[in-house]
Every structure is written in structure tokens, then in C-alpha cells.
Design a protein around this ligand. Structure first.
Ligand SMILES: O=C(O)c1cccc(O)c1O
Ligand SMILES: [Fe+2]
Length: 285
């Protein structure tokens, strides 16, 4: 089995890098760290970058997870091969673009591009955004799944993730003590379904709620509170229809042995314990 250390970055294609850059800095509250070639890099915490927008197809998404050693990459390739999944080494140029020493990529059973990376670059600089959204870091993604039961098996049996809770058949998956770093949601096609950044407190959620409305950003869900992770949340629309989430107060699962995943209904009450209703296709039946 593969042992994922942590989620690291998301890379998104876009036909309009300039518009995406304006959104990331002025609306979302990330820090632009560099432009390199046709790509712009953004920080949300003490890592070199956690989000990249590159000139390309808006359906072209990749998500990276850090592994513990170079040997772990080699082992991962064998494990994937045994599971019938082709994997490939990243080229030197691709490693340079990602600020990693080595990586392996593959497609999950739904067709999501996943990158397993080794020695990603850290920053010696404090994260310093141009808008104070209260972001403390990139934390999780929603991943599109064309078959939730099949993909839950892949992510738990091959990738070593554990189910923390289910909403209907949608599993919230942890790879460390944080309630979830990946969540699978039903879709007809692959891709990243939402990108979560943690913010410091409910004050940041509410401040952003007013701020985003003033800026005319489409709020798609919330403010609300997830009964699953106990996090308070706000979802809103970004470039090319991507959904971004701010949340605060995600629970930790300290005791692996005693945690049993809980089943929540795939209904508004399964997503929000305050009564908010999602205007997000993948959260609705
Ligand atoms: O935090 C959660 O529990 C959660 C639940 C449903 C959907 C999400 O995006 C979540 O982050
Ligand atoms: Fe989420």
C-alpha cells in the first residue's frame, strides 16, 4: 500500500491566466509568488506553492501528494502496476516546473491525474497575501468520481487513505489525523471538484461572506457548518467554474483505533447542520 504524507498542490489549466491571477490575489487571498513560462504560482502557507494556474485546457487538473522518500516513489510504481494502473516518471523539465526532485504520475480509476512527489520546495518566507482572508493553508480537495464505490476501494486499498465519514456514498478520506484531505463526489467526468483553504476563525468566514458578495462573487453554499468534520464553511465560484471553499474548525481524528466512520444522508442536512442548502451540483441528488 502507498503511504501519502500530505496533499501538496493543485495545478489547473485555464484559457485566461491573467484573470485567474487577479482572482487568486484579489478575491481568494493567495500570494502570487512567481510567473514561470506559461504558469503562475500561488502560496497559501509556508510551502513554496500550493496552487498553480497554467495556460491550457480548463479541464486539465492535477493534484499532488508528498511521499516520504525516493524509494517510496519506486514502491508506489510497483503497487500501482500490481493494481493495473500505469504510472510514469516526471521528466526533468516537469520536475523543475513543480519544484520537486522527482515525481510519478498516474490516472486514478475515474481519470484524475495524481502526482506523487518527493522533496518539494519549502519557502523561507512568511506567506504574505495581498488580501487578508485569514487563510492558514491549503487543506483538502473534492475529487470527481464516476464510480464512488470503485474509487473508494482504490483510494483506501491502494493509496492508503481511510474513510472518516460518508455522505451517501461519498467518502471523506483522511491520510493523517485531519478529518479529510480528499473527498470523492459523484460526477460524470474527472477533475478537481472543489479546493479548500482553511481560515483562522468564523470571523474570517463571515468577513469573506460579506466581502465576496460585495465583489459580486457567486456564493454557492453557506455560510454553514459541516456535521461531518465540524468545520464552518463558505463555498464560492472561481475561474472556469471551479468551486473554492474556506473552512475553519476541521476536527482531528486522534485515535485511529477507536474511530468508526459515520453514515450521513446525501441531503442538505448531511452537508450542513445550520440549514444552508448547497447550490453545487455534486452535493445534490
Ligand atoms: O468538511 C466536511 O466535513 C465536508 C463535508 C462535505 C463536503 C465538503 O467539502 C467538506 O469539506
Ligand atoms: Fe470540502
Amino acid at each position: 500500500m502507498i503511504n501519502l504524507h500530505d496533499i501538496r498542490y493543485v495545478r489547473l489549466g485555464t484559457p485566461d491566466v491573467e484573470a485567474a491571477t487577479r482572482y487568486c490575489t484579489e478575491i481568494l487571498g493567495l500570494q502570487k509568488i512567481r510567473t514561470q513560462g506559461n504558469a503562475v504560482y500561488f502560496r497559501s502557507d509556508d510551502r513554496d506553492h500550493t496552487l498553480v494556474y497554467f495556460e491550457g485546457d480548463a479541464r486539465d487538473h492535477a493534484t499532488a501528494f508528498e511521499l516520504h522518500s525516493f524509494e517510496a516513489l519506486e514502491v508506489a510504481r510497483k503497487v500501482l502496476q500490481q493494481a493495473g494502473t500505469d504510472s510514469h516518471w516526471g521528466t526533468d523539465q516537469e520536475c523543475e516546473q513543480r519544484f520537486v526532485r522527482a515525481f510519478v504520475w498516474f490516472l486514478d480509476p475515474s481519470g484524475n491525474r495524481i502526482e506523487l512527489i518527493w522533496r518539494p520546495q519549502h519557502s523561507g518566507w512568511r506567506y504574505f497575501p495581498s488580501r487578508d482572508a485569514g487563510i492558514t493553508g491549503f487543506s483538502h480537495i473534492g475529487l470527481r468520481s464516476t464510480d464512488l464505490v470503485r474509487d473508494e476501494k482504490f483510494w483506501t486499498q491502494i493509496m492508503g487513505a481511510r474513510v472518516s465519514d460518508w455522505i451517501g456514498d461519498a467518502p471523506l478520506l483522511r491520510i493523517d489525523e485531519i478529518h479529510h484531505k480528499i473527498a470523492l463526489f459523484p460526477s460524470e467526468y474527472p477533475g478537481v471538484q472543489h479546493i479548500n483553504h482553511q481560515v483562522q476563525s468564523i470571523d474570517d468566514i463571515m468577513r469573506s461572506w460579506y466581502f465576496l458578495q460585495e465583489k459580486g462573487v457567486n456564493i454557492t453554499f453557506g455560510p454553514g457548518k459541516h456535521p461531518t468534520s465540524t468545520a464552518m464553511f463558505l463555498y464560492f465560484e472561481g475561474p472556469d467554474g471551479m468551486i473554492f471553499e474556506y473552512s475553519s474548525g476541521v476536527r482531528s481524528i486522534e485515535d485511529e483505533a477507536s474511530h468508526l466512520p459515520r453514515q450521513f444522508p446525501f441531503e442538505p442536512v448531511g452537508f450542513c447542520m445550520w440549514g444552508a442548502r448547497p447550490n453545487i451540483k455534486e452535493f445534490k441528488t
